[in-house]
Design a protein around this ligand. Structure first.
Ligand SMILES: [Zn+2]
Length: 462
């Protein structure tokens, strides 16, 4: 049975979905004001893996990952660039999709944008006012009154009085309590805004996730994930909003992934010590190297990012693809190894352990090949690829993979396929600027495209 560590209880709990055979999961996605970095890639990869494994275990999964497309940073960056906030948000959404495709991430089932959910956000804010959990502050903002929600601090294990003592005294006197947070922000002149019962304004960040998750998954759903830095205050605030508005529990299991560290500091935009995914991918043989690095450690702990670690992941993948070279999958699989793999994944997605089992199968594959054991070779190869599917690795043609140079600037076939898919989506959304940009990017890498009647696109190397 699958057990997942619940941040709410601090315990590994047997996972029993609220509706039989169905999993509803929500993950806090990207605020689209810049390119994603390796810290984001870890969060995205961890929850991609979670949803893949849940599907492999036979659950019908609805995976929702939102896009925050309005916020202070977006407004500031757009003003700085002299472009509109929506242009900037669209540009970085497209870039994020491209990076996700190259990282081999499956698309979430639903990817709501905050600005498409203004009505449910306003409705939930109004409910919170009606129920006495929120108030209209002197400056025109709508605030959540934290002291009205008795369970505040349960997720992060913080006591409300300690928090209050530690909170900086706010310069603005709009809040009744320093812990209160904004649900609806009144617009300053020139800022983007939407009409509301409290005047023109825009949603706060926290209410966005409560309103979208409830709207798409119901009042009470199975899994909510995000980076560990979101535990407080973001997820604490989501719980306060949703439980108060809906009068039900909000989320059964909270999952948080650890930081990516560089020299023992968290990788983050604000610290300026980040590497963008696109810069890192330029230095690698294949995007799969980054993926393997990210899943080589257990999702909850911190990981240290270094070139040495990436080199190690590169070596490991080369070894695995060498083992798979000149093999065909047999009809038969190694049930004992697959059982051990599932047991590791069932133990709170223990990927280091699952990868150790996978390495054992690769050793078995090499010995079978050396001994000329065709049946054993086919069995081990099929088992290895089946495990690779669940982890999102080892699905490429070994021959082509092994031919690729280290740090190949040249795009791999899989990258080209990912970019073509991103271009197809851009065209379907009539975002021709983005589809032209992808065409130019491919053309710069020596890839020529030919659009065929009926929508298919063929490509060749120049
Ligand atoms: Zn969120």
């Amino acid at each position: 049975m699958l057990r997942i560590r619940n941040s709410l209880t601090g315990e590994k709990e047997p996972f029993v979905p609220l509706r039989d055979g169905e999993v509803r999961m929500y993950v806090c996605g990207i605020t689209v004001y810049d390119y994603i970095h390796v810290g984001h890639a870890r969060m995205l990869t961890v929850f991609d893996l979670v949803q893949r494994y849940l599907r492999a275990r036979g659950f019908a999964v609805t995976y929702v990952r939102n896009i925050t497309d309005i916020d202070d940073k977006i407004i500031e960056r757009a003003a700085h660039n002299g472009e509109s906030w929506s242009q900037l948000a669209q540009r970085f959404t497209a870039a994020m999709h491209e990076d996700c495709a190259r990282l081999g991430l499956q698309q979430p089932d639903l990817e709501p944008r905050a600005t498409d959910f203004i009505a449910p956000i306003i409705a939930m804010t109004r409910t919170l006012i009606d129920k006495g959990y929120a108030y209209l502050a002197a400056n025109g903002d709508v605030m959540y009154a934290v002291r009205k929600f008795a369970a505040y601090g349960r997720l992060s294990g913080k006591k409300i009085d300690d928090l209050r003592a530690g909170a900086r005294v706010q310069v603005d006197d709009a809040k009744l309590d320093p812990l209160d947070f904004v649900l609806w922000k009144t617009a300053k002149p020139g800022e983007p805004s939407w009409p509301s019962p409290w005047g023109a304004g825009r949603p706060g960040w926290h209410i966005e996730c409560s309103a979208m998750s409830t709207e798409l998954l119901g009042d009470y759903f199975d899994l909510h994930g995000g980076g560990v830095d979101l535990t407080f205050p973001h997820h604490e605030n989501e719980i306060a909003q949703s439980c108060a508005a809906c009068g039900t529990p909000f989320v059964q299991i909270w999952m948080h992934n650890g930081f990516v560290r560089i020299n023992d500091e968290k990788m983050s935009k604000s610290l300026g010590n980040f590497f963008t995914v696109r810069d890192v991918l330029k230095t690698l043989r294949d995007p799969e190297v980054l993926r393997l690095f990210l899943i080589s450690s257990h999702y909850r702990g911190p990981i240290n990012y270094s070139e040495a670690q990436l080199d190690q992941a590169d070596e490991t993948l080369l070894g695995l693809y060498r083992a798979l070279k000149d093999t065909r999958d047999g009809a038969d699989t190694d049930r004992a190894a697959l059982g051990a793999f599932d047991a590791a994944m069932d133990d709170d997605f223990n990927t280091p352990e699952a990868l150790a089992v996978l390495q054992g199968v690769a050793r078995d594959l090499n010995s079978c090949k050396a001994a000329g054991d065709a049946a054993g070779t086919a069995r081990a190869a099929g088992t290895l690829r089946a495990m690779g599917t669940m982890l999102g690795i080892l699905q490429q043609d070994p021959e082509a993979y092994l031919k690729r140079g280290a740090g190949a600037a040249e795009l791999a076939d899989a990258d080209i396929a990912a970019l073509l898919e991103a271009r197809r989506q851009a065209r379907a959304a009539r975002n021709f600027a983005e589809s032209d940009r992808i065409r130019e990017r491919l053309s710069a890498a020596g890839i020529l495209l030919e659009d065929k009647p009926g929508g298919a696109t063929e490509w060749r190397r120049a």
